[in-house]
Structures are given as C-alpha cells and as structure tokens.
Design a protein around this ligand. Sequence first.
Ligand code: SAH
Length: 358
Amino acid sequence: MNFMDTEILKIKDGKTDIKSLNLDEMKELMKQLGEPAFRAGQLYEWIHVKMASDYDEMTNIPKSLKQKLLENCYLVALKSVEVQESKLDETKKFLFALHDGNVIESVFMKYRFGVSVCISSQVGCRMGCRFCASTLDGVVRSLTPSEMLDQIYSISRITGQKVSRVVVMGSGEPLDNYDNLLKFIHLLSDGNGHNMSQRNLTVSTCGIVPGIYRLADEKLQINLALSLHASSDEKRKELMPIANTYSISEVLDACRAYFDKTGRQLTFEYSLVSGVNDTDEDAERLGDLLSGLNAVVNLIPVNPIKERDYRPTDRTGAERFKNKLEKRRINVTIRREMGRDIDGACGQLRRRHLEGNI
Ligand code: SAH
C-alpha cells in the first residue's frame, strides 16, 4: 500500500506529515516524488538533527524539491503564542498553537543536570482525574508524532538550549494515543535522527493496563511513571475514574511485568491531597503495596485548581508521609513544585487561554 494514502500520516489539507516519517518512509516519499534516495537522509537530518522549521532553511535542498515539498508535505512547526516565565526558578511554560487552531502546553525546566522538557500527548484528556485541569473538557484530539517532537524542537529553537531529558507528563494520556507515542519514541531516539537516549525519556500513565503490557514488549529503554495517587481501590476511584476499570493490584502487576521485561526503574507519582490520601494509614498501605518493587515514589502536594476544592498537604504532612515510607525502605522524593507561580499544574494555562483570560 502506498503509505502516502494512509490517514495517520496525513495532516493539514491532506498533505503528508513529513516530520512524522521515519527514514524508510522518507526514502519512499523521495521515490514517489521522483527524487534520488540520498535526499531522504538530507531531509531527515534537516528535520530531526538541525530542527529546521521551514523548507527555506534547507540550504542543500534544490528549489525544485522544495517546491514539491510545499505542494505535497506539511512541515509541523509549532507557533509559540504565549510564554510564562517563573520568577521563582527558570521554569518556562509555553502555549503552542497547532495548525488547526488548537493549543497545547509544554514546560521547560532547568535542573543541575540540564534541561528537561515536559510535553503534552493530546489536546485535553478523557481520563477524568478529579484534581487535573487538562481533563475538565475532555479530549479534543490526539497529537501526531510530529506535534509531540516539535514541542521539544521548538523549545530548543526558542531557548537555544539542548534538551537532555523529556517527560511525557503534560496534558493527555500517552497510552490513549499509543501508536503515535511509539512512533514519537522511535523518531526521538533514532541514531540517524535526533538520537536522544531512551533512558532520558519518561512516559507517565494513569494506568491503562493493556497499554503497559504492550509497552513492556516493545523492547524499549524508556522509564515508566505510574500515577497512583491512592493506597486503596476505594480512594483511587474517588480521584481517578480509570480505577473503576483496573484495580491497583492489576496495575501493579503490569508495572512489575514492565520492570521484569525492561529492567527500567519504576516511578510512582503520588499527589498529596489534604485529608483525602495523606493519612498515616495511607502511608502504611502504600508501603505495603510497594514493598519489594524496585521503585521510587514521587510525592507532590496537589497543585490546586480553581474548579475543585482539593487542598495540598502542607510541608510537615508531606515530610511525615515521606518518613513513613522511608521506614519501609522505599525511595521517596518530594518533588519540587517548579513554576508554581505560572499555572504549574497540567492544563491550567490552556484553560485560561480558552476562557479568554490571556
Ligand atoms: N495522563 C498521564 C500523564 C499526564 S498527567 C498520567 O496520568 O500520568 C502528569 C502527572 O501530573 C500525573 O501524575 C497527574 O496525576 C499529575 N497531576 C495532574 N494534575 C495535577 C495537579 N493539579 N496537582 C498535582 N499533580 C497533578
């Protein structure tokens, strides 16, 4: 089948989504455009290594080919419509416009080891977690591999800094966009292309169990983060609708399988919500659940959103919770709340934009 006819690789006006093509597909594209095969490598390098945002930048590509590309292919290059810079740290939050007018958020964070970028995987989200701003209006659509990649490339272009780590922890559920996520991972880590180590990439999921098993079989080296947020099925159901489909024990079995197959360390995210999931009993139960797993727990006091009245656990409470887990010899960090002053929580900037407040 002619890949140029497949829906998945089509974007704006039915054109081929050139930034979502792997090198083999790029070679096929050159064949179909009547161009020599070596042009595929050149284009692939311009797009994924030099991160060109326009065909005009491609100095060794002849005008005739550029013309064909303009007619047949669309080069995704996100437009930054708003940047918020934290005064507390060097965190920057970008609001990007997609070709169809939708907007998404990505976050630039500077750590001692280098720059980390948090990207979105969907416009909105359909998972319905109660404390999360991204999901309040459901999902609009999933992002293409090119749109996931270009959040990283655009931030690199704009800040002039090399991005050394990527976390898929922005808006959306990555395992609800499985095929595009997988293609994105392969493109980002391709030795002929952007060549980022898979070990520097983390995918965070609310716990779609079949997706975790599938991912475990892909022979990847990426890190898996699991949003747990509760120590019992009953409490988890109150916070996360996905808990009605999969029990904690099913989710943890899937995580264990992921570790057994890949050897990659697991991270469990636990947002501390005052009076809801932060009691001593919660810490004890969580300790029981995670003992024997090679895991790190990331505690993060919930970032309050105006649509819900969840309050974060205070510093003392978070430390107490951490100590209880540490007594059980579980590795715990209290995540620094970076960019707290700039709508740090998932989906808050996009919501303000849609509400017309910026
Ligand atoms: N859908 C994926 C990835 C996106 S959410 C997932 O559920 O993991 C990234 C992380 O931020 C998740 O752990 C999510 O539960 C958490 N999160 C979302 N809103 C939050 C808030 N207001 N405060 C604290 N953590 C939040």
